[in-house]
Write a protein that binds this ligand. Structure first.
Ligand SMILES: Cc1cc2nc3c(=O)[nH]c(=O)nc-3n(C[C@H](O)[C@H](O)[C@H](O)COP(=O)(O)OP(=O)(O)OC[C@H]3O[C@@H](n4cnc5c(N)ncnc54)[C@H](O)[C@@H]3O)c2cc1C
Length: 386
């Protein structure tokens, strides 16, 4: 494969070796059982990849976002799926950039060693969806505690996490000047938050993604769980989301290469009408087009990561990278399924599993429409629609 910017062969090689111990059969079985790939996540932890973005001074790998994105790309490219482990990378950005030194010293070394997992982030709510500033979950300060009430939905990996990033309103929407004010971020220690004040209900879904509804009924957490300044949480979350968009783009790129490799091999070997089906331009061209779009999306992914690493504004690039890469992986998935004919639908080929997995990126963690809306309004200056 063409890879103009590949300065990361050592990381690729190490992740590929680890992933080779978890072949397609492993992920297929986990998918069938809707089971969490615990052995895989433990292996990633032992190899240090789960601590990739934690600075070395806290015991982590001290990698850049660009390097971390290569780890996720390689997981998806190997036939696996990063959904079980990527949360720890996304969530790190919020804590690293906005957490206090005390919070970092308390938690990061334990996360780096694997003693604790910081795998989940609760933003989405059932009644407000993408309209995040309308969230209703409230955190009310009482002496040295915050008391949390509300509901979240689609909180992934919470059953495999000790710590959770939570976005809640600390000032009601009706009392703030700007709708993005008055929200705050908390680092919730889930080990101290079980029982009647917090309940969790798993959501069975189209892919093997451990995700849940959460109900907070006057859950009390220590006041020092607050990250940064009260009321500024929306801004902090946006910073974290840029990292998330760029990392997701890399996962999509990994999926895209997996689909292209798979379809190139299959169509070159599959003989119908006395010749390989890939000899037909009606087969070649859609594959070539998907590959061209994938390579172009990959350039935007690297640009987004590099801007993020240089602490430059990267909202536009991170969003565009996510959109282009999600579209390119979906296009690659479609051609791969199409040119496997009936065999594309057979579970043993893994194409249908990866097809389902890569479809998610059109909707989560941010839908394609909302990215277009961001570009229209914030990059092009078109009138606001909401
Ligand atoms: C498997 C999975 C895992 C997830 N994990 C997490 C997680 O860990 N933490 C978390 O907080 N959330 C998580 N989510 C939630 C995810 O981020 C949201 O589902 C996603 O952002 C879309 O929000 P919604 O489902 O409420 O859709 P809605 O906001 O109801 O939107 C539905 C559709 O309408 C379109 N739409 C909405 N408004 C507009 C508009 N103004 N203009 C044009 N189109 C519009 C959207 O594009 C979307 O496709 C997860 C979701 C899934 C499916």
């Amino acid at each position: 494969m063409l890879n103009v910017k590949d300065e990361h062969q050592d990381i690729r090689q190490a992740v590929r070796e680890l992933c080779s111990e978890f072949p397609n059969e492993y992920f297929r079985r986990k998918d069938e059982e809707r089971a969490y790939p615990e052995e895989f996540v433990v292996a990633l932890t032992k190899a240090g990849w789960m601590a990739a973005l934690i600075p070395e001074e806290y015991g982590g790998g001290g990698l850049s976002l660009t390097q971390a994105s290569v780890v996720l790309e390689e997981i998806n490219r190997s036939g696996g799926n990063s959904g079980a482990c990527h949360g720890q990378m996304y969530n790190m950005a919020t804590l690293l950039r906005h957490g206090s030194e005390e919070q970092k010293r308390k938690y990061l070394p334990k996360v780096a060693s694997g003693e604790l997992r910081l795998q989940c982030m609760a933003i989405t709510e059932p009644s407000t969806g993408t309209d995040t500033t309308k969230i209703k979950t409230m955190a009310t300060k009482k002496d040295n505690r915050y008391v949390i009430s509300g509901q979240k939905v689609w909180v992934s990996r919470v059953q495999h996490s000790d710590l959770m990033i939570l976005l809640a309103r600390t000032t009601p929407l009706a009392s703030v000047k700007k709708k993005s004010d008055g929200m705050s971020i908390f680092l919730v220690d889930l080990r101290q938050a079980s029982g009647q004040q917090l309940s969790i209900a798993p959501i069975r879904n189209m892919v093997n993604h451990e995700t849940n509804e959460m109900y907070f009924d006057n859950l009390e957490i220590p006041a020092d769980s607050l990250i940064g300044e009260e009321g500024k949480g929306f801004k902090y979350i946006l910073d974290g989301l840029n990292a998330e968009r760029a990392l997701i783009a890399a996962e999509c790129i990994g999926d895209g290469y997996w689909f292209i490799d798979k379809v190139v091999k299959y169509t070159s070997e599959r003989v119908v009408f006395g010749r390989p089906i890939a000899q037909n331009q009606g087969v070649q061209f859609p594959i070539a087009k998907a590959y061209v779009d994938l390579e172009a999306a990959n350039l935007m992914r690297y640009l987004a990561c590099e801007l993020y690493d240089a602490q430059q504004p990267c909202g536009a690039e991170a969003n565009m990278a996510k959109l282009l890469a999600a579209d390119a992986s979906w296009q690659s998935a479609n051609v791969c399924l199409q040119f496997h004919g009936g065999f594309g639908f057979a579970c043993d080929y893994d194409v249908e599993r990866k097809f389902r997995e890569t479809r998610l990126y059109q909707v989560a963690p941010v839908s394609t429409n909302l990215i277009l809306s961001f570009v229209a309004e914030h990059v092009l200056g078109l009138p606001r629609s909401f």
